[in-house]
Write a protein that binds this ligand. Structure first.
Ligand SMILES: [Zn+2]
Length: 299
């Protein structure tokens, strides 16, 4: 795990994508909002709430708010843009209102990792799932990982991808039978903070959630013909960081797309084709679709 970029590069090589041809764009004409329940497993180091890895409720709630600003392209927030291809994904995330037993719940599950000894499976979903893993058909599992401070700005986040018949699915990190699904976020990059890093405004989760819902990096498989399978993102065959350059077809790459590795303050859009992929996943992937009727959405 050298840099986040390397890690993400691996994943992103594993990941990549956008639309499934023509039928997709018209598959979701409805105005309805897709509501998705999330549980945030705060895996901490035993400090009081609000200190270090044991992130405060305010910070966690603000992170979910940012996620919604970004997915809903809310005016007056960092998640708004004026780009003609920038869309409102009409997806909103809700901190789970019920735990797996149906009891009222805050959506925040705190676990003191100093009191729960688990085998070291490496920095991946299966490892953190040993602390807590809730049914992925009822919850999007998000773990904040208690990595040491030197990992700041180097290790950001990881997500498993959905297996569907969308092109480019093979580039995702697809869970095998028995593997855990979900999103890891380095605690330092979860929510807003004043850390000295370009990833301090909560966009790591926006990006990883894009993967979780079926969107690839804009360079996808790393080839000018087959990159992210979205016609409205300029084709590019290599990673896009925060620096402008000209892509495969002579146009500037889309620096402000959430599915790049640009800085948090630069990113502010999902395109309509990227959104179409997410909707396709929510309508066709068994597990993601099941989230829409999860009991965890209900008080
Ligand atoms: Zn990524």
């Amino acid at each position: 795990m050298k840099t986040i970029k390397n890690i993400i590069f691996v994943i992103s090589l594993l990941l990549s994508s956008c639309s499934k041809d023509n039928d997709q764009a018209t598959s979701n004409p409805k105005e309805d909002i897709f509501y998705l329940p999330v549980v945030v497993h705060i895996i901490h180091n035993g400090k009081p709430i609000g200190e270090g890895t044991n992130l405060s409720n305010v910070r966690i709630e603000r992170q979910i708010e940012i996620l919604n600003e970004d997915f809903r392209k809310k005016e007056g927030t960092r998640g708004y843009n004026h780009h003609p291809d920038g869309g409102d994904a009409k997806i909103e995330f809700v901190l789970a209102k019920q735990d797996p037993d149906g009891k009222p719940f805050s959506g925040i599950n705190r676990i003191d990792s100093t009191k729960v000894i688990v085998p070291d499976l490496g920095h991946n979903q299966n490892h953190y799932a040993q602390y807590a893993y809730w049914n992925p058909k009822d919850y999007i599992n998000i773990w904040t990982t208690p990595l040491p401070e030197p990992s700041e700005c180097l290790v950001l986040g990881l997500a498993t991808g959905p297996e569907t018949d969308l092109p480019g699915t093979e580039f995702f990190s697809l869970p095998q039978p028995g593997d855990a699904e979900g999103i890891l976020i380095n605690w330092m990059h979860f929510g807003e903070s004043d850390i000295a890093c370009y990833a301090r405004f909560g966009r790591t989760l926006t990006h990883e959630m894009g993967h979780y819902l079926g969107v690839l990096h804009t360079w996808g498989g790393g080839d000018c013909e087959n990159n992210d399978y979205c016609d409205d993102t300029p084709a590019v065959d290599k990673p896009v960081y925060n620096n402008p350059f000209i892509g495969c077809e002579g146009e500037p790459v889309m620096l402000n797309n959430y599915m790049t590795w640009s800085h948090d303050e630069t990113m502010n859009m999902f395109t309509n084709d990227q959104i179409a992929r997410m909707h396709y996943v929510l309508e066709h992937h068994e597990g993601r679709k099941a989230l829409l009727s999860s009991h965890a959405l209900k008080p």
